[in-house]
Write a protein that binds this ligand. Sequence first.
Ligand code: GLN
Length: 492
Amino acid sequence: MLNASLQELASALADRRISSVELTRSALDRIAAENPRLNAFVHVDEEGALAAAAAADARLAAGEAGPLTGIPLAHKDVFCTAGMPTTCASKMLANFVSPYDAHVVAQLKKAGTVLVGKTNMDEFAMGSSNESSHFGATRNPWDLARVPGGSSGGSAAAVAAGMVPVATGTDTGGSVRQPASFCGVTGIKPTYGVVSRYGMIAYASSLDQGGVLGRSAADCAPVLSAMAGFDPRDSTSLERAAEDFGRDLDKPIDGLRIGLPREYFGAGMDDDVRAAVDAALDTYRKLGATTVDIELPNSKLAIPAYYVIAPAEASSNLSRYDGVRYGHRAADYADLADMYCKSRAEGFGSEVKRRILVGTYVLSHGYYDAYYLQAQKLRRLIAEDFRRAFERCDVIAGPTAPTTAFELGSKCDDPVQMYLGDIYTVAINLAGLPAVSLPAGFGNGGLPVGLQLVGDYFAEARLLNTAHRFQQATEWHKARPAGAGDDEGSPT
Ligand code: GLN
């Protein structure tokens, strides 16, 4: 049952063929069975989930249900959840229990979803492999020796392994899309400002955006519709009317112009990734879309610009963890300054410290103009590239990542190598655009390959439509890793 689509689950719940308590029970059982080997969840709230499921069943019985009422889901542990730990996978927040719910959490609660627990992630969402988690790495359900991607790797693994049908994530430079790609699930990151950041622990505020991971575009759509919307508590939340992002799912896509950036199809992409992406583009042509060659000339500047701006903002955002108001405090210290130093030294992991150091450096007097200001100029140029490209096409397609999931430990000692894997995703955040990653086949070793579709501002409905039409024509998104129930194994 957990492998059914959200629509199937909603109709089974509405017809009382299954109760939310039963559905939630099966999610909890799957988590209990799979989590010891995957480490996708850092916290499971069995009692709270069953109580929420019972409340959802009452709503269903009273005929007050919406499309998500009674659906079990998980939140990335970056979202504040009242009465439940919110750790950001950091020792710094290991004992933190938020007194309030993030906007996203509150919205999805209102929609009647059942929160089963919090998913593992890279510490403070900094990473591309989930290996920087204080609670240990999550494993990729397709191959336990490989990473699930990051930073929303716990959410991606949980969905891929059939623990929950959908989960939330956040995407600062690819953290929804790249783990979706590595785990063979669908992930959407909306336009910056569409989802409120209130209660979403900040990494790089001008880039952070909440998103959804699910098995299909059709499953992501209602979740995104429920969690989006104006929130006055986030000053960058956009005042736009509520939207049904699934409204165009079934629209034909003939005549759709798909832009293929020259820079995304050059050297750097593995051959097995290229083969799957090329085959996916052929499917689109068969569906009536046309492809046009485009240029994004500043693409190569995206990684350097991102890895200046993101750490700069992170160093400022993370200054709040000083051991005074909340979070880890060192047990022994000589004076106030020593307490700050020791608490931060003990509470943060090495990748977070590296970002704080880089960020502080690029913002410091004498270097600010050379690095930070320069990176902001590049950011403008990158956004301009996309603006020009969207004069010639409706969506942009390419690989989500240059490789499939890599082996655990293989990039830990080489941060630059790890950062380079974000080549196709970070520019989208710098520009604030929406993008989707969807399963496009399998590469060497039966590992999933993701296709990235990028839309113009507020083109979420079109992106989900474009992804959904592909998923109606292909079976890639239905393949499950061994142990995850129906349709096991890759169809290659
Ligand atoms: N891998 C990127 C980074 O480490 C993106 C992370 C994210 O999107 N949260 O910053």
